[in-house]
Design a binder for this molecule. Structure first.
Ligand code: HEM
Length: 142
């Protein structure tokens, strides 16, 4: 369940919102030919918010869409790219997910928590996507 929640967070708010690549030689992709030296941008944010890929509830927080794994979560098994893809895929992804699960476990063993009233939902990007005003939470000892 925690994995599903983390995946859904990374779908809605991927820290890397796009990837850039430069063709070093002429490339043929499908029926399109790209010359050498061309910058290609892939928007992860748009792919993760595309209703044609994720259904009409695409903007809702629904971890259960990952109940049967990443490949069954959407109509396109390659459309979930929070850690990139191919030879340059994130080498820290398992470490990052394990660390997040351990942190959540340790917090839940000791505290309950709710968002503080001062929290304002304002995702923005400076290098990575994050919360503009931070994420203030109110902790209560269990
Ligand atoms: C939620 C946490 C993380 C996210 C969302 C993330 C995301 C990414 C993405 C999207 C890329 C590929 C960039 C590209 O293709 O242009 C990448 C590459 C990389 N990440 Fe992460 N990352 C995370 C955590 C980590 C951690 C914890 C480490 C190290 C302990 C790490 C180390 C790296 C390295 C070394 C690369 C470059 C791999 C290469 O170019 O061969 N990342 N990461």
């Amino acid at each position: 369940m925690v994995t599903m929640i983390l995946y859904e967070v990374l779908r809605l708010y991927p820290p890397s919102i796009h990837f850039s690549r430069k063709t070093c030689k002429e490339v043929l992709m499908g029926d399109k030919r790209y010359p050498a030296g061309m910058m290609i941008e892939l928007s992860v944010l748009l792919m993760h918010h595309d209703p044609d890929i994720w259904e009409s509830d695409v903007h809702e927080f629904k971890p259960e869409r990952f109940a049967e794994g990443i490949s069954k979560a959407s109509k396109n098994s390659g459309a979930f790219l929070p850690f990139g893809w191919g030879p340059r895929i994130c080498i820290g992804q398992n470490f990052a997910l394990t660390e997040a699960k351990m942190a959540i476990c340790m917090i839940l063993q000791r505290f309950d928590f709710v968002l503080a009233p001062s929290y304002t939902h304002a995702p923005y990007t400076v290098v990575t996507l994050h919360s503009m005003h931070g994420a203030q939470i109110r902790l209560g000892l269990i």
